[in-house]
Design a protein around this ligand. Structure first.
Ligand code: COI
Length: 357
């Protein structure tokens, strides 16, 4: 279906200074090179290349700047103790991006070609993969519509690119439990909309509530469904899980929630450990009632950037609900350790999620 495209490589003549591996934060530093390719209706995807990291020249009328035709992904490359470089389920990210492309009227791409480019890019900039435990190289594949045209229609020209950033923990507190603000005033996404797509506008729409929560001392927002404002959907950066007695519960994917790769990995790991996992609608009232009567044992969020982030407190309707005494729970700890063991090549990989670069 896809024509064979060669990937040209232009190496930089001036390598950048690298940041200290224990002071990375998240998404502030970028490596020496990037991957790029272009699409138009005549040629399809063409001119795949790796080149020095550089700013774009973009027309101020570009579609992405006005109508938000943008999709992106987040995945990571890890440096194992043995020096081997690993990716975690990269094909799942790229296939999800292709599904997003269809929803956003953007062109699909060959997963094999992008994976080849991604691996070549990671290998070329491999010295940027931090050797510190918990740190990794975050990869951000992105596709944008770039037509200089103000009429409302899908663009005729697109740019696909991958940039890479060495990262530590997403939250400054690392694995310390987060405090989550339940948002009643705004909604993130509605079924039939684009909530299940990793598109820029979903994140733009979340920022006002995030900002309010953040100013009030909360790490993130927990979104409720847009119609009844009672079912739990997801956290700003991640999916959400609750442990009610000994059952693991997470909201089902129904169109408005992003189908996280970490979410899917957690479901598989927990089921493999013999736990009962329910993907079912769960109301915020059920969660809060379970907190009051002691059935809510723990809660945690999952995502590529956030990995497993324990939730130590929910704040809803002016009331605070501590979870597990504000401490990380045992399942979050076990999942975090197990995922890291797989990602850094330290443990068995029963699901074949790890890919060597
Ligand atoms: C990721 O987890 O990769 C994301 O894209 C979340 C983003 C808001 C940092």
């Amino acid at each position: 279906m896809w024509k064979n495209i060669d990937i040209a490589v232009e190496k930089t003549t001036k390598l950048k200074d690298k940041p200290e591996a224990d002071k990375l934060g998240f998404g502030r530093h970028f490596t020496d090179h990037m991957f790029l390719m272009d699409w138009n209706r005549e040629l399809g995807w063409h001119q795949a290349r790796i080149c020095p990291y550089q700013p774009f020249h973009m027309d101020p009328a570009a579609t992405v700047l006005h109508y938000g035709q943008a999709i992106f992904e987040g995945l990571k490359a890890y440096r194992g103790d043995n020096g081997q470089i690993y990716l975690f389920r990269p094909e799942d990210n790229l296939e999800r991006m292709n599904r997003g492309a269809v929803r956003m009227s953007m062109p699909r791409f060959s997963v094999d070609l992008v994976l080849k480019g991604l691996k070549a890019l990671v290998y070329l900039d491999r010295d940027w993969i931090p050797a510190v435990n918990g740190a990794s190289l975050y990869l951000r594949p992105t596709m944008i519509g770039v037509d200089p045209y103000l009429g409302l229609k899908p663009a005729d020209t697109y740019t696909f690119y991958i940039i890479m950033s060495p990262v530590g923990s997403y939250y400054s507190g690392g694995f310390s439990p987060t405090k989550i603000y339940v948002c009643r005033d705004y909604v993130r996404a509605v079924k039939g909309g684009v909530g299940e797509v990793k598109t820029a506008g979903n994140y733009a729409a979340s920022l006002l509530a995030y900002d309010m929560a953040n100013k009030a001392g909360y790490t993130q927002v927990l979104w409720l469904d847009a119609c009844e404002r009672k079912y739990v959907e997801e956290v700003g950066t991640s999916n959400i899980f609750f442990v009610l007695d000994d059952t693991v519960v997470t909201p089902p994917l129904g169109g408005s929630i992003l189908g996280g790769i970490t979410r899917d990995s957690v479901i598989n790991l927990a089921q493999n450990w013999g736990m009962t996992v329910q993907e079912r609608p769960i109301t915020i009232d059920e969660v809060l009632a379970a907190s009051r009567d002691g059935r809510l044992k723990e809660a945690f969020a999952t995502g590529t950037a956030a990995v497993i982030s324990p939730v130590g407190e929910l704040f809803c309707d002016e009331t605070s609900y501590p979870i597990n005494g504000g401490a990380a729970g045992p399942l979050a700890e076990r999942l975090f350790a197990e995922l890291q063991a797989i990602q850094y090549g330290r443990g068995e990989d029963p699901f074949n999620w790890r890919m060597r670069v």
